[in-house]
Design a protein around this ligand. Structure first.
Ligand SMILES: Cc1ncc(COP(=O)(O)O)c(C=O)c1O
Length: 357
């Protein structure tokens, strides 16, 4: 049986690996905010009861307006989705049967969505140890492509491409008619730098955001695309009329007005990430630098990290395999930054692994 294509829902990974699931597990394969959602979410509960009685606003205007204001844009530049994942599918549908370029490694859903719509997918690999966009190759590849996907901060590596390089690529591809999709689902973990406001200078730029990660509302499904009206109008026909539910819309409005939660989370995650990476390297693991709430780790004695993944699964510690990330192919594992006590448990399990080797 092949391993699940995404992190989270660890029962699937246990079943596919043939390891018996212990009664309690710590899921490091899900990379949402370990603090959980902001406290105000609990206080909103009574208002959800009223909200579900009516159909939601199909345009999500109030949420779109608040999001747009954050980036000095107009609400017409924002398309809301049932998670950013839904918007990835609209983009793949727009590119149906055509060439799509994916800078890899990258979030596996681009490839899966492209497959569903019969796109011809080309991969442009980036060396994870020397993280830099290969601009010349990308410009060449973009010439015949309907869409080019770039994920930064990158899932799964946690690394960030330089804004300067992204801007050079945008300038050089301006006349091609290729949609350049920059997925910033994790931008608020890396600092607040976003390329979103550049959509006013580049009508072929589309910036993807998710509210799932920083605000830990994965179950609600809420994300958005910021792009020129031209791009939004191209994708609109694929959007089901009420694609974002009324509860998600209310929460999206609150999230759009609460940047403070991200600032607080970031401070804590930065500190904990530095501690984890330092300690893991001290006990002999190879860890890649990361700007966000997860990192790639490997035991360099193993080509494929499956034995380590299985060892941890038996102890109730779930990491994300990298079998379905182009260019990683199981050579690394991805671990989220969790609360201090859970991170300590991961450290002791990894120390035990090393002591047995
Ligand atoms: C890079 C990236 N983009 C988009 C998504 C989809 O996010 P959402 O939960 O908003 O659908 C994910 C989810 O894991 C992701 O990692």
């Amino acid at each position: 049986m092949s391993l699940p294509s995404h992190g989270a829902n660890p029962s699937h990974l246990y079943r596919a690996s043939g390891v018996m699931k212990p009664s309690s597990v710590m899921d490091f394969s899900v990379n949402t905010n370990p603090y959980g959602p902001p406290n105000w979410l609990k206080e909103m509960w009574p208002s959800f009861f009223e909200a579900v009685e009516d159909y939601p606003d199909p345009s999500g205007y109030k949420a779109a307006k608040l999001i747009a204001e954050r980036f000095a844009l107009s609400p017409e530049n924002i398309m809301l989705g049932n998670g950013a994942a839904e918007i990835i599918h609209f983009i793949a549908r727009h590119a149906a049967g055509q060439k799509v370029v994916i800078v890899t490694p990258a979030f596996s859903e681009y490839e899966e969505a492209c497959r569903a719509y019969g796109c011809r997918t080309e991969y442009v690999p980036v060396d994870v140890q020397n993280w830099k966009l290969p601009i010349e190759i990308l410009v060449e590849q973009a010439k015949e492509a309907a869409v080019l996907f770039i994920c930064t901060p990158n899932n799964p590596t946690g690394q960030v491409f330089q804004t300067e390089d992204l801007l050079t690529l945008l300038k050089e591809t301006r006349s091609f008619g290729t949609m350049i999709v920059i997925d910033e689902a994790f931008y608020d973990f890396a600092g607040d730098e976003s390329i979103t406001s550049e959509i006013t200078s580049f009508s072929h730029l589309a910036v993807l955001h998710s509210m799932t990660k920083m605000y830990a509302v994965a179950g609600l499904r809420i994300g958005y695309l910021a792009a020129s009206k031209e791009i939004i109008n191209k994708l609109k026909p694929y959007r089901p009329h009420w694609n974002v539910n009324a509860i998600a819309l209310q929460v999206a409005q609150k999230i759009a007005s609460d940047a403070e939660y991200a600032v607080r989370t970031r401070k804590w995650i930065d500190k904990e990430r530095e501690r984890m990476i330092r300690e893991l390297m001290m006990i002999g693991f190879v860890v890649l630098p990361s700007a966000v709430n997860f990192y790639l780790i490997k035991d360099s004695a193993l080509d494929n990290q499956k034995p380590l993944l299985q060892f941890l699964l038996k102890q109730g510690i779930v990491l994300r395999h990298t079998e379905n990330f182009h260019g990683l192919d199981g050579q690394w594992l991805r671990a989220a930054i969790k609360k201090e006590q859970e991170n300590d448990q991961l450290l002791s399990a990894l120390k035990e692994w090393k002591s047995q080797c």
